[in-house]
Design a protein around this ligand. Sequence first.
Ligand SMILES: [Cu+2]
Length: 186
Amino acid sequence: MVGATGLVGSTMLSILEQRAFPVGEVHAVASARSVGRTVRFQGRDLPVQDLESFDFSKVQIGLFSAGAFAGTTHNVTVGGAGNTFSPVDISIAAGDTVTWTYAGGAAPHNVTSDPGAVTAFRCANGCDGAGGDGTPSATGWTSTVTFPTAGTIAYFCEIHGAAGGIGMHGTVTVTVPVDLQSFEVD
Ligand SMILES: [Cu+2]
C-alpha cells in the first residue's frame, strides 16, 4: 500500500480489513517523512517503509494513493536578468507547487497562464480569485501556484510578453511521477 499514511491510503487499508481480503503480508509504504510512523492493520502495527528504497519485487499486488504525497516546491526567479523568467522551462510532478519571486525593480511583472491552460492563474501580489492581485507590480512579490494536473502550462508576463511563447514567457511541464507510472509486478 503506497501512500499508507494518507487519508485515502488508510481508508483503503480499512476496506481490506473489513472485507477480510486474503493477504499474506501487507507493506505500508510512504514518503520518507512518514518513516518511523506505524499503520494499524488487522491488530498489528505495520512500520512505514520508505518509497524511495522499497523493493517492489517482493509484492504481488500494489495499491497506490499517489495523492497522499505532498508536493515539492520549485522556484522561478522573475526579472532576475532582464525581462525573463529563470529557469524558463521547468518540469515538475503533479501536486507540486511553483513559487515565482520578483525582487522588485524598475519594471512591473506578473505571471499569467496562456488561455486554455489546464491550470489557470494570474499572479503577482497574490493571485486573482485567491485573495490577491495578479496585476503586474514593480514592488517585490512572491506567488505560489499548485499544479494538480498533468500537462504543459505556458505562461507570460503581461507587460513584457504574450501568450504563445512571446517575449517574457515560461512553461511548467507537469507529469505523473515516474515511479508510479513504471510500477509493475511479476
Ligand atoms: Cu515583465
